[in-house]
Write a protein that binds this ligand. Structure first.
Ligand code: NA7
Length: 556
């Protein structure tokens, strides 16, 4: 049985940075990755149009000046192939691949209280003893959106053409020219795919259950001169990201919505609509997120924009969401999305009116009629945030199953630790600062905090860290309270734990999965916890033995 001091599960954006920190410290650590290579999201999502909605230069890692100086982001919102090249470059540059094991899916992780270690079982080609690994610390960097979910439709296996979830888009090129293509789903992914392929396929039929509010990405190239300027400004750029709630360059407009005149509001919105990125969402008036009237007025502004871009008024009305306001779900950014519906080869099927009944050998049957296709693309989303945790049999003290603990209520301490699951860390876990922010900015924060905790423990001879039940309750209550202030609590989206394809998550009962206090508050809170000797975490040494020169104490 192989033992490591630390095992990291997942070699995506978070796992790569986590192993870099551990390797720098000389810790005996390894990354276990289910996929055949590193990159996580950017390894899997190869669908046409897959790209950042974050400015590329705010998505890259900030930890190495040399890396920042040598990498040239070619587009303001870089596409999947380039993003994967970047992550691969990072791994190669810092010699991280030698710490990674691919095609290595972990099926179980059980905490052994007597030995104070984690026992892992993998389901790769290994047999017998080789499948079992142990570690002192388990770090879960599983990804927020790494478990794709398919509709539960009869006949899916009988379809004779090609069909796949966008997450499992084939590695080899998919011939689309002249083909009849169906896309089911109009979330951030569907909206990217549809905009990209509308003019490349024979016929495109979009099956929309609920429309999403979306706004232009306004992508463009980054010239050598611009990149040189960005490099000069990196410190400033990251400082801006650190002080904004979303971890982006986009800062909320500090004027009060109700104090600004209608003309001032329109001037802001006209400007933001034409600017690149999430400004339209995050540089808007803050009341958009909390005030029904402000949100309704802005939503109507965006609805008018849709009406201006979509020629057929009936189609335009179908593309305007009615069940939620702008920005209370994750806002997809689009490129030529609305214009796609002006094309004669693109058709919108409103499946809230005529639901899909089943998949046939030749296509899709709705309550209205049969549609024939060569390719069916399922852009139907993910078992978000907790899905990847649920798929590993994680058992803590006394064999308590995490999936059971979280069945009714998600509860964590700072989104990074769980009571009853000692030495298990989640740099970007549920209720952490990552999910609702520019992901890599949140990840660096989380990884640094977890790594600092390990260093703190090592320096003092502690070998066991467990969040107290009280600290976990206080954090979870805090996360819940923050939801109460946000209009997003009313929307059925992955931010609230809704997924029609996952048993138990289809009701729309709110699950408190993301921290909504903003990046600066999150960072201040977790830093304060660390500064107080990890208040809320019980630190101890194995079997109660105090390390020399330091008295392990429960820090309440
Ligand atoms: P999302 O945002 O969860 O969107 C999934 C879409 O698929 C959404 O339009 C759903 O409609 C639709 N859907 C899901 N299941 C079905 C079934 N069974 N039938 C019809 N339509 C369905 O996932 P994405 O992949 O687009 O985006 C995820 C994140 O990736 C995104 O937020 C970015 O951060 C990156 P619904 O709204 O549920 O009616």
């Amino acid at each position: 049985m192989k033992h490591h001091e630390v095992i990291v599960i997942g070699a995506g954006v978070a796992g790569i940075y986590q192993i870099k920190r551990l390797a720098d410290l000389g810790v005996d650590a390894t990354v276990l990755e289910a996929g055949g290579d590193l990159g996580g999201t950017w390894q899997w999502n190869r669908y046409p149009g897959a790209r950042f909605d974050s400015e590329s230069y705010t998505y890259g890692y900030s930890f190495s000046r040399e890396l920042l100086d040598e990498w040239h982001w070619k587009e303001r919102f870089s596409g999947q192939p380039e993003n994967l090249r970047y992550l691969s470059h990072v791994a190669d540059k810092f010699g991280l691949r030698r710490h990674m094991q691919f095609n290595c899916r972990v099926e179980a992780a059980h905490y052994d209280d007597a030995q104070n270690l984690w026992r892992l079982r993998t389901v790769d080609g290994r047999t017998g003893e080789g499948r079992a690994l142990t570690c002192r610390f388990l770090i879960l960097t599983l990804g927020l959106l790494s478990i794709p979910t398919l509709p539960r439709l009869e006949g899916m296996a009988s379809f004779k053409g090609q069909s796949f979830h966008t997450f499992d888009w084939p590695h080899e090129p998919v011939e689309m020219a002249g083909k009849r293509v169906a896309v089911i789903g109009t979330g951030a992914t569907g909206i990217q795919v549809i905009g990209e392929i509308a003019d490349k396929v024979g016929e495109l039929t979009v099956f929309q259950r609920r429309p999403n509010w979306s706004a232009p990405l306004n992508n463009g190239p980054i010239s050598d001169a611009e990149m040189a300027d960005i490099r000069r400004r990196y410190d400033e750029i990251f400082a801006t990201c650190a002080r904004t709630p979303g971890g982006f360059e986009h800062e909320p407009d500090r004027r009060g919505f109700h104090e600004a005149t209608r003309e001032e509001r329109l001037a802001l919105w006209d400007r933001l609509y034409d600017e690149p990125g999430f400004g339209i969402w995050l540089a808007n008036f803050r009341e958009i997120f909390t005030d029904e009237a402000a949100n309704a007025e802005f939503s109507e502004y965006i609805a008018d924009r849709i009406r201006r871009r979509v020629k057929d008024p009936k189609v335009a009305e179908k593309l305007i969401p009615r069940d939620h306001g702008f920005g209370v779900q994750r806002v997809p950014l689009e490129t030529r999305y609305f214009e796609a519906y002006n094309r004669s080869n693109v058709q919108l099927v409103d499946i809230s009116e005529t639901p899909i009944v089943c998949v046939t050998e030749t296509g899709l049957r709705t309550t209205e009629r049969d549609h024939e296709f060569d390719i069916i693309v399922y852009a139907t989303g993910f078992d978000a945030i907790t899905g990847a945790f649920d798929r590993i049999d994680i058992q803590g003290v006394g064999g308590e199953k995490l999936v059971t603990k979280w069945r009714t209520t998600i509860s964590t301490f700072l989104g990074m630790m769980i009571h009853g699951f000692p030495n298990m860390l989640m740099p970007a876990g549920p209720q952490s600062g990552s999910a609702s922010t520019n992901y890599p900015r949140g990840i660096e924060t989380g990884v640094n905090w977890c790594t600092d905790l390990l260093e703190y423990m090592s320096a003092r001879g502690y070998t066991r860290a467990e969040a107290t039940a009280g600290a976990e309750k206080r954090w979870t209550d805090h996360v819940t309270t923050l939801y109460a202030m946000m209009l997003m609590r009313k929307a059925k989206s992955w931010f609230t734990g809704y997924n029609s394809n996952v048993a138990g998550h289809e009701q729309g009962t709110v699950r408190y999965l993301v921290y909504n206090g903003g990046a600066p508050k999150y960072v201040n809170t977790i830093n304060a916890v660390a500064a107080k000797g990890y208040e809320g975490v019980v630190l101890s040494a194995d079997r109660g033995l105090a390390p020399t020169g330091s008295q392990p104490t429960a820090v309440a």
